[in-house]
Design a protein around this ligand. Structure first.
Ligand SMILES: N[C@@H](CCC(=O)N[C@@H](CS)C(=O)NCC(=O)O)C(=O)O
Length: 239
């Protein structure tokens, strides 16, 4: 019998968070092996199986998969969260790619360009989900982002009633509801301590200048030490 998927990453949201959301929504139990030190990362690299010496890694169904998008595709296809045919899949891919863009840009851009787009999609068909009137990875991805954006500013969804309704609907699905309870594998926003630990593990150099499209220039810590915006995974610029 094939065991539970095993997720290797450091103990933070980063690139793994969406995979964790998707597995939880699909009611899949999994194990997490956290990379806590630079030595843990070295060990993973030396064990082989890392295509380009980068993590994350997910051991699943006898495979060692890397590349977060490939992993998300696999999980979505396996658990029926990827549309009923290739046309629905194309729509899901289109939305998911939009959401990936959305992850890379500033909040103001997000609310001005992308939120109206998804609000319009929901308005156009008046269905409960983005595609095919049933839950797909696109809904999970969008709701994860809505939570993230609301952490930054609870008012950002004010003008998007259908997005808010989607968020409430998905959050009420039993699997997601459970995942949103304290004590689940869902990670908290990154704080300064966690950020610095990640920098150390991945030998990341802080960029003096924020990239024009990245979110790193918004990496400000509040007095409580909480990050105002989560770290753009592409921020990992190694020595
Ligand atoms: N496209 C890859 C990117 C993976 C990636 O950039 N991983 C970073 C951590 S966030 C890493 O492994 N950095 C260490 C290194 O490059 O040596 C994915 O989506 O999984």
């Amino acid at each position: 019998m094939v065991g539970k998927p095993r997720l290797h990453y450091f103990n933070a949201r980063g690139r793994m968070e969406l995979i964790v959301w998707l597995l939880a929504a699909a009611r899949v139990k999994f194990e997490e092996k956290f990379i806590d030190t630079p030595e843990d990362l070295e060990k993973l690299k030396n064990d082989g199986g890392l295509m380009s010496q980068q993590v994350l890694v997910v051991e699943i169904d006898g495979m060692k998969l890397v590349q977060s998008r490939a992993i998300l595709n696999y999980i979505a296809a396996k658990h029926n969260l990827y549309g009923k045919d290739i046309k629905e899949r194309a729509l899901i891919d289109m939305y998911v790619e939009g959401m990936a863009d959305l992850n890379e840009v500033f909040v103001i851009f997000t609310t001005n360009r992308y939120f109206p787009t998804f609000e319009k999609v929901l308005k156009s068909h008046r269905q409960d989900y983005l595609v095919g009137n049933r839950l797909s990875r696109a809904d999970i991805h969008l709701v994860e982002l809505l939570y993230l954006v609301e952490e930054l500013d609870p008012n950002l969804l004010t003008n998007f009633p259908l997005l808010k309704a989607l968020k409430a609907r998905i959050s009420n699905q039993p699997t997601v509801k459970k995942f949103l309870q304290p004590g689940s594998e869902r990670k908290p926003p990154m704080d300064k301590k966690c950020y610095e630990k990640g920098m150390k593990i991945f030998h990341v150099k802080q960029r003096a200048q924020a990239p024009s499209t990245g979110r790193t220039d918004l990496l400000k810590f509040s007095n409580s030490g909480t990050l105002d915006l989560h770290v753009d995974p592409d921020y990992c610029e190694t020595n």
